[in-house]
Design a protein around this ligand. Structure first.
Ligand code: SAH
Length: 217
């Protein structure tokens, strides 16, 4: 396990400062990003890049999201201690670690077998223990529904109704929706059974695959 010392903590503090400058206001989000040792998620060759505000490859053609994107999505999700959260797209496990630092109970689902196996073996070593699920998360995970919050970390062609169905009353879904290149961040809130939709900035995510996602990679 890579060490987490003075230097790494200093770099994290700088990253938090940058995220604050870019408009992230939720102190609980900033606090969590200040705690998760992001460099441990990186290959040694990329170690120096771990605390830049950039996305990086994690193998299997997938990426660990840019810190600003993680912060933005997490802020829009309005995570409260004790929330039951479903994350779609486990990837490296970094986003799941941020949610766990915020006191959420996290279910995270991944469609790529190698990433699922790798992250399930790695993340608990850091003390992060979400429920790891394998399969097509574009349909959510009905067996454990409803969820207070659902976070999709891959770009979807539409908002799958199966996901809003799995929100509890007062629940929030955050999902990037658009074409393969560019997606608008969408937040949907379930209020008295009705869905209230808001749209935010544009981002570029890897495609959400599966039944309610893009049909081929
Ligand atoms: N949240 C991740 C970044 C995710 S990148 C992190 O913090 O590192 C998007 C991830 O979504 C990839 O790992 C990809 O394999 C996964 N994915 C794509 N389609 C999916 C689906 N239908 N169900 C679950 N995971 C999916």
């Amino acid at each position: 396990m890579k060490s987490d010392g003075y230097r790494e903590r200093g770099l994290r503090n700088k990253l938090v400062k940058k995220l604050r400058e870019k408009g992230i206001r939720d102190e609980a989000v900033l606090d969590a990003i200040g705690k998760v040792p992001r460099h441990v998620f990186f290959d040694d060759a990329l170690l120096n890049h771990a605390y830049e505000d950039k996305a990086f490859p994690i193998g299997e053609g997938q990426t660990i999201s840019q810190p600003f994107t993680v912060a933005f999505q997490t802020e829009k999700l309005e995570v409260k201690r004790g929330d039951k959260v479903l994350e779609i797209g486990t990837g490296s496990g970094y986003q799941a670690a941020v949610l766990l630092e915020m006191g959420a109970t996290v279910y995270t689902i991944e469609y790529n077998r190698k990433l699922y196996d790798g992250t399930r073996a790695f993340l608990p070593n850091l003390g992060y223990n979400p429920f790891f699920l394998f399969g097509d998360g574009s349909k959510g995970y009905p067996a454990k529904a409803p969820y207070d919050k659902i976070l999709v970390t891959a770009g979807a062609p539409v908002v799958p109704e199966t996901l809003t169905d799995q929100l509890s009353e007062g629940g929030i879904l955050v999902i990037p929706v658009g074409d393969r290149e560019r997606q608008v961040m969408v937040r949907i809130r379930k209020v008295k059974g009705k869905l209230i939709k808001e749209e935010f900035d544009y981002f570029a995510f890897v495609p959400l695959l599966g039944e309610k996602g893009w049909k081929n990679a």
